[in-house]
Write a protein that binds this ligand. Structure first.
Ligand code: HEC
Length: 244
């Protein structure tokens, strides 16, 4: 990682501070200006009350704003095939993850484990666990290779993701080319294992306008005492252990 942790914290804080400032309204106006003007303006709008950091520049935000949604939104234009990915994987990933994603030593396993999630020994991998191909693209592009994230080209990330999907039998054709157009059409084996959070409806009965704040349960009836269970370890002479 070439960026220093200090800088990351400063940018993260500044991003937060910046979003507070932008939420106030001038965001759209800013987007319409040229980059240089925008940066000056963002700088000028930076809130002073935290007295830390500074507003991030448009370029800095763009550097971090690389997340991808399951429907493909956020994907950069690019492409890469399974075969290209195999070579890249051997050069950049296999030393830790093994040539077939089996994991070298104690590094994470990337393939296999299908059907193991409900067993006593679940093996969570891209194939057995991850819900969307976009999750894989997003994660690998953000974080790998471990130690030098974001060091590869966009097309190389497409190729690597294609190869990891191939290792998991999600893609079966070696000549398959993964692109920004077809990535969102790929279905992962465990997509159905993730469900939407339905608490707003399924637990609606628990949410009341006037929640009970005192005397909410019937008077407590004591049915037993810990002393009666007699679990305190005793010394040889019958005294509770540790008591003189
Ligand atoms: C130096 C060792 C190393 C190298 C090289 C490396 N990784 Fe990783 N990888 C890791 C570690 C460690 C994690 C777990 C990181 C964590 O959980 O924070 C990981 C996690 C992952 C995961 C998520 C696994 C899961 O199920 O949680 C994927 C996918 C992945 N790496 C892909 C790759 C790809 C593709 C490359 C090559 C571009 C690569 N890695 C290179 C060490 C490495």
């Amino acid at each position: 990682m070439s960026r220093s942790p200090k800088l990351i914290i400063a940018v993260a804080l500044a991003t937060f501070a910046g979003s507070v400032a932008l939420a106030g309204g001038p965001q759209e106006k800013i987007a319409a200006k040229t980059e240089a003007k925008t940066e000056a303006k963002t700088e000028a709008n930076a809130p002073q009350r935290f007295n830390i950091g500074r507003a991030p520049t448009v370029k800095e935000i763009r550097g971090w704003d690389i997340d991808v949604r399951p429907d493909g939104q956020g994907l950069p234009i690019g492409k890469g095939s399974v075969a290209q990915g195999e070579k890249l994987f051997m050069d950049n990933c296999a030393s830790c993850h093994g040539e077939f994603g089996e994991g070298a030593g104690r590094w994470p396993v990337l393939a296999g484990g299908k059907g193991s999630l409900t067993s006593d020994n679940p093996v969570k991998t891209v194939g057995s666990y991850w819900p969307y191909a976009s999750t894989l693209f997003d994660y690998v592009r953000h974080a790998m290779p471990f130690g030098s994230p974001q060091s590869l080209k966009v097309d190389e990330y497409y190729a690597l993701v294609a190869y990891v999907l191939y290792l998991n039998d999600v893609i079966t054709d070696q000549n398959f080319e993964l692109t920004d157009k077809n990535l969102a059409t790929i279905r992962m084996p465990n997509e159905g294992g993730f469900i939407m959070d339905d608490r707003a409806t399924s637990e609606k009965a628990f949410w009341q306008k006037d929640p009970c704040m005192k005397n909410c349960i019937a008077p407590v009836k004591i049915t037993g005492r810990a002393t009666a269970v007699d679990v305190t370890p005793e010394d040889k002479d019958g005294k509770p252990r540790g008591v003189e």
